[in-house]
Design a binder for this molecule. Structure first.
Ligand SMILES: [Zn+2]
Length: 367
């Protein structure tokens, strides 16, 4: 009976695709059996050995018999191990090196397959998330000056027809809070400035570039200056995280923004409006709102302002019914949102907050 095949034999007398054979490694040399009647013995010292095969997982044994160059492809680990133990030390070293090369090549192959699969996965996931990532990349390349341009146009648009309060306790209070929070945004390229508008709507916004607008309706609804500071911290975080720019690019496309900014700058917002984009009523995704909440909470903490005000105000808005709040239309408040803030706040180190330098009674009296 033929012995099981464990190697492939190439010689002038065999087919070009090789001849399956049984290889045995004995102390005297290799015994190659192609069939029961065809057995050949090759002394070990006549062998030259190297690694090869598609992914270098074979040993190739070569020798010459009667002027005919012969080769044997071996993959069987038992044969490879016996070759290593029986061959002369210099050949053993060669085999050891080949085995090492083989396993390294095999690992490289596995790594290559793994990388290919990972790349494919990345492309699939990337396509799914591409729009968001591309927008972020694009926005982070937009010069800050453009944000100032768009923000200033938006500010003029928001304040058109509104009664701007230029002095008094509300202006002092809002400017004081904005300054205290902005003081923690070291190296920020934005110019934060606050404007108070006499309007019963519960609203506050921060525009690209750093303009903050607070409606007296929000001040009326607040029970403490810390509550107002909480809303401001959230709004400033939208600016720092460039959420306004991202939303504009997402709605209008980057090229439109480029043309709007590089074109007639005075009419930037008008141009956006014609495209159906109202910078002041841009809604952010839930992810962006969460990011602004958490960033705002840490901003309060760094400014030594108690985050309890922010949480209390958000909780009250979540429960409010029939209140004229523009803030709610762009900021759906939920118990879940307040709970998340509470959890985050409880993980902050306990530092006694420093009260805001605000005449709150005078603010309330002036409303
Ligand atoms: Zn927000």
């Amino acid at each position: 009976m033929d012995k099981p095949h464990n190697a492939l034999y190439f010689s002038r007398t065999h087919p070009a695709s090789g001849c399956p054979c049984h290889l045995e490694v004995l102390p005297g040399g290799l015994t190659v059996s192609v069939s029961e009647s065809s057995v050949e013995t090759v002394p070990l010292e006549r062998l030259s050995i190297k690694s090869g095969g598609f992914d270098y997982d074979h040993l190739i044994l070569s020798w010459t018999t009667d002027g005919d160059e012969r080769q044997m492809y071996v993959k069987d680990p038992i044969v490879i191990a016996s070759l290593a133990t029986l061959t002369a030390p210099e050949v053993s070293r060669h085999i050891a090196r080949s085995i090492k090369d083989t396993s390294r090549a095999r690992q490289a192959t596995k790594m290559w397959i793994w990388l290919t699969m990972a790349s494919l996965m990345a492309i699939l996931v990337g396509l799914w998330a591409a729009s968001d990532v591309l927008v972020q990349v694009a926005v982070h390349r937009i010069p800050i000056e453009w944000e100032h341009t768009l923000g200033e146009s938006a500010r003029q648009q928001v304040l058109m027809g509104q009664r701007v309060i230029t002095e008094g306790p509300t202006v002092d209070a809002v400017q004081n809070m904005t300054k205290r929070l902005a003081g923690q945004l070291h190296d920020s390229p934005y110019r934060f400035r606050a404007t108070v508008v006499r309007n019963e709507t519960v609203n506050a916004m921060a525009l690209p570039g750093g303009s903050v607008i607070v409606y007296t309706g929000l001040l009326k609804q607040a029970d403490s200056p810390e509550e107002v500071a909480g809303v401001l911290a959230h709004e400033l975080s939208h600016v720092v995280l460039r959420h306004g720019m991202e939303s504009m690019v997402q709605s209008a496309g980057l090229m439109t923004i480029v043309m709007v900014v590089l074109g007639n700058q005075q009419g930037a917002i008008g141009a956006l409006e014609r495209l159906g984009i109202q910078i002041t009523s841009l809604k952010f995704s839930r992810d962006k709102e969460t990011a602004a909440d958490l960033h705002g909470l840490h901003l309060l903490d760094e400014a030594d302002i108690s985050p309890a005000g922010m949480i209390a105000f958000f909780e009250r808005l979540a429960k409010s019914d029939g209140m004229p709040t523009a803030l709610l239309s762009t900021h759906p408040m939920s118990a879940e949102r307040a709970a998340r803030l509470k959890r985050e706040a409880s993980s902050l180190p306990r530092v006694s907050p420093v009260p805001l330098d605000v005449d709150w009674a005078a603010v309330k009296a002036s409303l």
